[in-house]
Ligand binder design. Sequence first.
Ligand code: BG6
Length: 507
Amino acid sequence: MLSARKPDPTIIIIFGAGGDLCWRKLLPAIYNLYLDNWLPDNFAVVGLDIKEMSDDQFRQRINDGINKFSRRGKANENEWQKFASSLSYQKADFTDKNNYQQLAQRLLSIESPWGKKSNRVFYLAIPPLFIQDITENLSSSNIAQDDLLDRIVIEKPFGHDLESARKLNKILGNIFNECQIYRIDHYLGKETVQNMMAFRFANALFEPIWNRNFIDHVQITVSEEVGVEHRGSYYDHAGALRDMIQNHILQLLCLTAMEPPVSFSADEVRNKKVDVLRAIRKYKPEDVHNVSVRGQYGGGWLEGNKIVGYKEEPGVNPQSNIETFAAIKFFIDNWRWQDVPFYIRTGKRLPVKTSVITIQFRPVPHSAFPNESIENWQPNRLIINIQPEMGIRLRFQAKQPGLKMLLTPVDMIFNYENAYKTEPPEAYETLLLDVMLGDATLFMRSDQVEAAWELLMPIIETWESATPTDFPNYSGGTWGPEAAEALIARDGKNWLILPAINHSNSK
Ligand code: BG6
């Protein structure tokens, strides 16, 4: 996150190299790092998977992924040829020890002309059930032996609940030191998410008002237009709580609520985030229905197209009780945030794709204006747009030009597109570079993951113990079940649905 130097010689070994993640995200990101001159001169990718593929077939597949998904579009032929020579493939059964001997030989032969052992980044783009076999085989084949140079990257989901996350941490901890383990949450690699640290801790202006004395409440909405797409069989065992809240949304909440770090060392930043997770009030099972809402989409209409309900999606159990929408009210029991509600919501098949954090400030203590002046009055709001708009706006009241004193809300806008001419890197570019550099700031530590699960377990257990009787309870293309409106309306507030930056017609 902080370093401007290139990594030392590195081999990235991707388990699951025949899969979607490698094709759509990892290799397009690595290719862009190459184009931006971030890769060391001595660099290689070794892809491993069960499928039979030659090096050339692997390269062809990666080229196709880059052409389709790279932020720069189609690869330039010359650049591609130079890059492609660093890619190779090995067919491997992850449970078979012999394959690891072969891998060991391959890594040594790549490193031998470099004259020294390189960083080895083992990237596990595979279902969690293979993690134990892979880590144990890496260890018993002496492939991952170096505490400083060898690193392992784990994708989400990290566990299915608190117990399985602890078990996974133990398995990894038996072989790797914590500083070698990089648990990915791709939200942390997003430019706008990283900017939250800059915004909060590089400006003296906001910190004095960033607390319960000035802030009325916080809202975090992460909505998606898409349904479960081709991931029904995974999603039907996860649901919105595990898929989005346990990781991405709690990370956004931590960045909003954390105390200023003393330094930007990985552990210092992560300590401050864990403090937030530990301070979030844990609900008793009997409280869960008062503070949370779950929903599942039925069929509906989205942008003029008819869409099927969740239960009709491929790979989904037609009787599924899994939630595709979740809303929760949290409280953070500490001096800064006592009694300030944090409302979060996320869902699939909602009207728009947006991730936005809204900080709503308290009203003025006394309004001296006559009623007719304040018909359009709105509270001060700071709106942090994570995506697809990228920017921040501060909403305040202004006098509308004219002979009368009429107040209307206006926005001060910081918009990435206008402020910077450069295209921001993809989250995976930032995260992969950080792994190569050995900077774990943007990755989740074991105690963070466990604290997030611990917090959600009462909700998970209560939901699992009571079958929902009303699913599907929202139509695709709407803002979720009515109960989600009631959750916030009970406190005299409403969810804020914001228009794209540059328009300000929100109420
Ligand atoms: C993933 C979830 O972690 O994040 C998906 O598994 C979700 O279900 C995706 O669609 C959203 O990511 P982004 O970057 O598009 O907001």
